[in-house]
Design a protein around this ligand. Structure first.
Ligand code: SF4
Length: 321
């Protein structure tokens, strides 16, 4: 892990509805990602994690805040990102079935980004490059002439990875890339992603609702709740000393593989209530309706993110002095 490749500062994304209602999908998030690092961005459905992914690749414009990539402010560039900026940040979606065109062969799907981002390649070179890309993700080159529906879910997802790699990215946004796959296939796809990262020094923002997956994949973990950041820490510290009551609740319910991990797990904390609607985010701490440690201040004042140990930050009134 070396320099910072991405910095997200006070990022907000609001979606206005009728009757002056507003969905606050992302409400003041700060994040950093380093070269060659995997940051696991974890949250329940509706926490806003995919909204961050879509802003990073330019599919959504930010309402406020900054996305700084390699020192360049992408939020100010808006839709006018340079071709290099677009090429270097790629996304892999959850469902490869809907992200690959069913009427195109795999080769054609792979040749589209090559035509945009590798203009020096002749048609013949791009034709062969498609097969090389498949081999780079561990698939046979002959798959190039197949249609997506004739392949398995894991194979389709690896093709999505190959398509993202076609533009030689530095940063991959992995938006729940394995949650639609069987566990055994998941392991294969994750193993390949780890291998590719090591070979190419790729940075991954790995978005997931599966906290246990992050234990072996992420260098650092960040927890999102209702569009706000709760806690960020290096993975080992995160699993050994979770501080935010929401993180403790999530960790207390995940399955673990060893007796040692079971000992480190917080005692079972029953999940109370559902995540509220982002149209009606509670005042003060957005988690207070579900928090068993809430105090009077939690209903009134929004807590701020504070570093409580090197590299470990928590957003909770319990840690203010
Ligand atoms: Fe719970 Fe209060 Fe901390 Fe929010 S700020 S997590 S309500 S203790």
């Amino acid at each position: 892990m070396t320099g910072k490749i991405l910095e997200i500062k006070r990022l907000k994304k609001y979606f206005p509805l009728k009757n002056r209602l507003v969905v606050k999908a992302i409400d003041g998030v700060d994040l950093e990602l380093y070269e060659g690092e995997t940051l696991g961005l974890v949250g329940e459905s509706g926490s806003g994690k995919s909204t961050i992914a879509y802003m990073l690749v330019g599919m959504y414009e930010a309402t406020e805040g900054d996305i700084v990539y390699k020192g360049e402010n992408l939020t100010q560039a808006g839709i006018y990102r340079t071709l290099r900026q677009k090429r270097e940040i790629q996304i892999v979606f959850q469902d490869p079935g809907s992200s690959l065109n069913p009427k195109r062969t795999v080769r054609k799907s792979l040749m589209v980004p090559l035509a945009v981002h590798d203009k020096g390649l002749s048609r013949e070179q791009a034709y062969r490059r498609a097969e090389e890309l498949l081999e780079e993700v561990g698939l046979p080159g002959e798959f190039a002439d197949k249609y997506p529906h004739t392949l398995g879910g894991g194979e389709r997802q690896l093709i999505s990875v190959a398509r993202a790699l076609a533009s030689r990215p530095s940063l991959l946004v992995l938006d729940e890339p394995t949650s639609a796959l069987d566990v055994s296939i998941q392991a294969k796809v994750i193993g390949k992603l780890v291998e590719l990262q090591r070979e190419r020094n790729l940075s991954y923002l790995f978005i997931t609702h599966d906290l246990s997956l992050m234990r072996n994949v992420a260098d650092r973990v960040a927890i999102l709740y209702l569009g706000r950041m709760c806690e960020q820490a290096r993975t080992s510290e995160f699993f050994e000393k979770p501080r935010h009551p929401y993180t403790q609740m999530l960790l207390s319910s995940i399955p673990v593989a060893t007796a040692e991990e079971e000992m480190l797990k917080p005692a079972k904390i029953l999940s109370s209530g559902e995540i509220p609607s982002p149209v009606n985010v509670p005042m003060g701490c957005s988690f207070h309706l579900r928090c068993r440690e809430k105090m009077p201040i939690c209903r009134e004042a929004r807590p701020q993110m504070r570093e409580i140990a090197p590299g470990h930050s928590v957003c909770c009134h319990l840690y203010e002095q």
